[in-house]
Design a protein around this ligand. Structure first.
Ligand SMILES: [Zn+2]
Length: 221
């Protein structure tokens, strides 16, 4: 666990919800910080000043969405590696609450770089709901820029999260350790040539197996 990141989350928690010494941030405080409405209709942002508590991260930014009744505040904590941790809040008139289905826990969540299989593809380092979401996008051809490893031997695709180091990953289907680095792009023909080749080989193998079975039946044992 990254102590700098933990400290930043603690700081944000105190800022939003207060502690024994002071009150939490209200939506009116937030509006003043981002300069709403003087600076426009939003979304508007405010970067917290660098303090001791935030010295372990690159930046903490508050994004205010005045027009969205379900999501009014996104807190972005950018860690040392440049990875952004987003937390979502709405103002319920008294305090900040987490909109349904969003992330609002003010601590760094344990990365679980487990391998999941969704549909025909594998997902490494994603929480299950994100993997399911991504798989849908991949299927619809909308996940442009998604990075994955392609197994040239069996055609398996392993999509991996930004937090995952893809070097050294083996194919979960056939164990092949020589995987190709790929990025989904809308410009490529739908099927990768290597994948097409692998598919052709599979089809050919199946045809041969069927032929052999046919011959065995014809010629007898
Ligand atoms: Zn494979």
């Amino acid at each position: 666990m990254d102590p700098g990141l933990e400290a930043a989350f603690k700081h944000v928690e105190r800022l939003l919800y207060g502690d024994s010494g002071r009150l939490g941030l209200t939506i009116y405080d937030l509006e003043r910080l981002v300069g709403y409405p003087a600076r426009g209709e939003g979304p508007l942002s405010y970067t917290l000043p660098k303090t001791q508590a935030l010295s372990g991260v690159q930046a903490v930014r508050l994004y205010y969405y005045p027009k969205d009744p379900n999501l009014q505040l996104i807190v972005e904590i950018e860690d040392r590696e440049g990875k952004k941790h987003l937390r979502h809040f709405r103002w319920n008139g008294l305090t900040w609450e987490v909109p349904e289905g969003k992330r609002g826990e003010l601590k760094s969540t344990e990365e679980t770089p487990g391998l999941l299989k969704v549909g025909e593809d594998y997902f490494l380092g994603f929480p299950r709901e994100e993997a399911v979401e991504l798989e849908k996008e991949v299927r619809k051809g909308e996940a442009l820029g998604a990075k994955y490893l392609l197994c040239p031997r069996c055609g398996a695709r392993i999509f991996y999260a930004p937090s995952v180091r893809p070097e050294g990953v083996a194919c979960p289907r056939c164990g092949n350790t020589t995987l190709l680095f790929k990025t989904l792009s809308g410009l490529e023909p739908h099927k990768d040539p290597l994948e097409a080749l692998a598919e052709e080989q599979r089809a050919l193998r199946k045809a041969i197996e069927e032929l052999v079975a046919y011959l065995k039946r014809k010629l007898g044992p």
